[in-house]
Write a protein that binds this ligand. Structure first.
Ligand SMILES: N[C@@H](CCC(=O)N[C@@H](CS)C(=O)NCC(=O)O)C(=O)O
Length: 271
């Protein structure tokens, strides 16, 4: 039996769960509570020295990094291959899997500049926040987390990650103009890899980043959400009430993000 160390609402965990469900694989969950710092417990850090979820354990094999986990489960599962056979499409897919590292960081920035920051500031003492940040093993990511907690949507990280997101939306829109899914006529690895990230932005009320200019991305998101794998990966982990709460919090921050996003788009147009 596969064991997935993951967290209920974590985007990378949802991504791994969608992949497992698409492949028709069974797994057992070990659910970590990230705001409690479970990811920094020594026993978990032996599995994942980066102190992040998800981690997949298959017997003696420990696999970290959500995009690598997707490739691993594609290799062990019997179901339809997620990675395309076509060489060009496969190369494109691998580039998307590499891009996921920065895409995840951009989604993390948008979450911690808004809804997650709000939650932390309301539920934790400054000392608890300091301790959680100090426990992060990567000093660069810890400095970013500090900046987002201190500065919220005004953080320079928000603008930097607008560049990443703008490129993602541009390339998704271009691909979806020519085909039904990111992987072609069939749902595949790139779709699995991207769904949880775009889903998160929408869940925290930020679909305005793309929707008016690129409605195809919303159509793709809705089609992905309609798949049984999405329900399997999401429904038993996140309640409708929790989704509604995340959206309501996100809506409070959207006007500020939207103002910065529009300024960012205008500045690009004038370059
Ligand atoms: N590149 C990693 C990123 C993993 C990651 O950062 N996961 C987040 C949740 S989506 C996490 O565990 N955060 C814990 C923390 O920030 O302390 C992957 O794709 O697996």
């Amino acid at each position: 039996m596969l064991t997935l160390y993951n967290a209920a609402t974590s985007v990378c965990s949802v991504k791994a769960r969608i992949g497992l469900a698409e492949k028709g694989l069974d797994w057992e969950d070990v659910l970590l509570v990230l705001p409690n710092g479970d990811q920094h417990q020594p026993k978990y850090r032996k599995l994942n020295p980066n102190g992040v979820v998800p981690t997949l354990v298959d017997g003696d094999t420990v696999v970290i990094e959500s995009s690598v986990i997707l490739q691993y489960i594609d290799d062990i599962g019997d179901g339809t291959r997620l990675i395309p056979d076509d060489k060009a499409m496969r190369a494109e897919t691998l580039v998307w899997l590499l891009r996921c590292l920065e895409i995840h960081q951009a989604i993390n920035t948008m979450s911690f500049a808004t809804a997650n920051r709000d939650k932390w500031l309301k539920s934790k003492t400054p000392e608890e926040i300091d301790a959680l940040i100090a426990a992060m093993p990567n000093p660069r990511l810890a400095a970013k987390r500090r900046d987002l907690i201190d500065n919220g949507a005004a953080s320079a990280n928000v603008e930097a990650d607008f560049h990443v997101l703008a490129g993602v939306f541009r390339d998704m829109d271009a691909a979806l103009r020519t085909r039904r899914w990111m992987n072609g006529e069939n749902f595949g690895m790139t779709d699995v890899a991207l769904l949880a990230y775009i889903d998160r932005l929408d869940r925290i009320a930020m679909s305005g980043l793309w929707h008016n200019r690129m409605p195809r991305i919303t159509e793709w998101l809705e089609a992905g959400r309609a798949r049984p794998s999405y329900a399997r990966a999401m429904d038993r982990y996140v309640t409708a009430e929790a989704h509604a709460k995340a959206r309501a919090v996100g809506e409070r921050f959207w006007p500020e993000i939207e103002t910065r996003w529009q300024a960012f788009l205008s500045s690009r147009e004038t370059v």
